[in-house]
Design a protein around this ligand. Sequence first.
Ligand SMILES: *Cc1c(COP(=O)(O)O)cnc(C)c1O
Length: 417
Amino acid sequence: MPNFSLPDSVFEEACAIYPTPFHLYDETGIRQNARALNAAFAWCPDFKEYFAVKALPTPAILRILREEGCGVDCSSDTELMLADACGFSGEEIMFSANAMPYEEFAHARRLGAYINLDDITHIDILKQHGGIPETVCLRYNPGGSFTIGTEIMGNPGEAKYGFTYAQLQEGLKQLKALGVKRFGLHAFLSSNNTDAGYYPALAQLLFKCGRDLSEESGLPLAFINLSGGVGIPYRPDQAATDIQAVGEGVRQAYEAVFPEGGVAIKTELGRWMTGPMGWLVTHATHKKDTYKHYIGLDACAANLMRPAMYGAYHHITVCGKREAPLDHRYDVTGSLCENNDKFAVDRDLPEIVTGDIVVIHDTGAHGFAMGYNYNGRLRSAEVLRTLDGGLRLIRRAETAKDYFATLDVDECASKLE
Ligand SMILES: *Cc1c(COP(=O)(O)O)cnc(C)c1O
């Protein structure tokens, strides 16, 4: 079920200080998650989590995770700049390549980051933009569908990422000739998966594949990168992923394939690390009754896109009404001129009146980060609830000036300040 660890008084207190909407994050919970993950993989001496920056690209959060021993996974110039500014360097940074500008490979190399190649053509690009390092990671796409038992967990065959197996074989040959000394292997085959069997199944596939590729190529396998994808319970009837069981399942797979050890494990979790530790705090500002009953909030899909984009469920509570009967059925909407701007459709909630504080749960990953400016809507502030229970502004809300900043090439710009 969603994270109910914070009492309503925290949201009320925050609303007395900061105008809504804003995302509120809980430092205690983020640190607890980082520690639980590290504990679950403590059996692996070289384990390291590389937090997926795209999930929550805010310096205050990245610094907390760095203190907990995490690195970062970056996929763009600005994410690399953010990592650098927050003190991450060298092998604390994973650069996950994709169809990105060539110059970004060189940027990642300048920072000394691990480069995770997405395609065989990236070998040539990296050679010309930054140069080939001694250790390189390759992303595998096994194609088809990824199943555990009879259950389909993902469809890699439809995914744009990764090398085929034959390309991995050929790629390692080329990389060895270019001076590579060892390699890592990565795959991301299922997203938001709460099944404790996902990582172990992925690990088994990657361990065997990495071992075979190492034997064939003569290059040592330095690490396996299990990437992201471990899920969180967005719905009240869902159970949380048992991270200790995940670590234990990976350990069993590891010992079966690498009885001598010697291969490090890396993860790039985003959602699991911070997702449940964030809340979008809003006020109900409109109430409308037509063919359905609507509650309009002062937030919109520009502040949290997942419901509009994926039809994703985010739990909603109303401050002071957690125990009230769920005897009203509402569509909870934002202000965009776009009918999919709904945080919930036909949701059973307590009676809501304008002025109520409405809290949308599990917005700590892929929430603020996916924000956009459609309809001229501005991105919200971000607030951190610190270890001592205090509140700290860690990102101010956008202003109209921010929105118009890129118009400095237009004669109308001076009138928009
Ligand atoms: C998005 C992404 C992640 C994080 O995914 P989560 O679902 O948030 O765990 C990790 N690695 C890569 C390469 C990604 O693109």
